[in-house]
Design a protein. Structure first.
Length: 281
């Protein structure tokens, strides 16, 4: 596996990797890799001849009071995992390489970024769309794989790629969960043992609400019960528990179309997000 930190080297390496018409899959990450990321790499290997993983802790998607400085960085362990997983090239630029002096461009995807994470974390999706747009320009992948755990991010990136006519297929991959249902996330590393045990209430509340709504229970009641269950388990503040149209993420009051149930809540100092599909009734 090549490890590349400079853009001119990346361009040379990508030309070599593409030679003979080989197809390229990109898995964008911020590192601190876990089994969820490795599932994306596995799927990438099935879908393309070459697999590129990027690791870049992107400062522009963190708000001023967020965890940019504390975000886990494990360069050597990540490289070892990727080598074992069959990644061909690790693209790992530093901040000056990604945002050189004079950088002035920002990508905004309107509408779908206004709610949920976009409302709770102003500017977050501009940072995500800008860096993913750059990664697509740098690597020029045929396919790019994203976890469904960040469901709104997946929808934002899909919209951006379509709107900007980027020749990349954006693919969402199902969330990987621990045995108790907690979605794998690099931020789970922040949880104390007691918080980690209590955090299992999040997927449990989500599942109960999703199943209730799918069975025809009133949406507002199921959302309120999920919120109460999270509060009882020690979550707070809860940014949202919401049922939304699966494509536009507009809030919905009845599951008369394919929906997504999404939640964001803090436990201790750690903010967790999760979501589940709720099919049309
Ligand atoms: O999901 C992430 O890890 C990041 O938001 C991404 C897509 C790599 C952009 O920085």
């Amino acid at each position: 596996m090549q490890i590349v930190r400079a853009l001119d080297q990346l361009r040379r390496s990508m030309a070599d990797l593409r030679r003979g018409g080989k197809t390229v899959a990109l898995v964008p990450t911020m590192g601190a890799l876990h089994h969820g990321h490795l599932t994306l790499v596995e799927e990438a290997r099935r879908r393309a001849d070459r697999v590129i993983v990027s690791i870049f802790v992107n400062p522009t998607q963190f708000g001023p009071n967020e965890d940019l400085a504390a975000y886990p960085r494990r360069a050597e362990a990540d490289a070892a995992l990727l080598r074992a997983a069959g990644c061909d090239l690790l693209w790992s630029p530093d901040v000056a390489e990604m945002y050189p002096h004079g950088f002035r461009t920002s990508v905004t995807v309107a509408g779908i970024t206004a709610m949920l994470e976009g409302a709770a974390r102003p500017g977050h999706f501009d940072g995500v769309a800008t860096v993913v747009g750059k990664l697509f320009g740098q690597v020029r992948p045929d396919v790019a794989l994203f976890g469904e755990k960040d469901y709104q991010q997946l929808r934002v990136v899909t919209r951006m790629a379509a709107d900007l006519d980027l020749a990349v297929e954006v693919i969402g991959i199902a969330t990987v969960r621990d045995a108790d249902g907690l979605a794998l996330s690099s931020r789970n590393a922040y949880l104390s043992p007691a918080e980690r045990a209590a955090a299992a209430a999040l997927p449990a509340a989500l599942r109960t609400a999703a199943e209730g709504i799918a069975a025809g229970a009133p949406v507002a009641k199921m959302l309120a019960e999920a919120q109460a269950r999270l509060e009882q388990a020690g979550f707070g503040p809860i940014d949202y528990v919401a049922l939304c149209d699966a494509a536009t993420l507009e809030p919905v009051e009845t599951a008369d179309r394919d929906c997504r149930l999404l939640v964001a809540a803090r436990i201790g100092g750690t903010r967790l997000i999760d979501n589940l599909a709720v099919p049309a009734r």
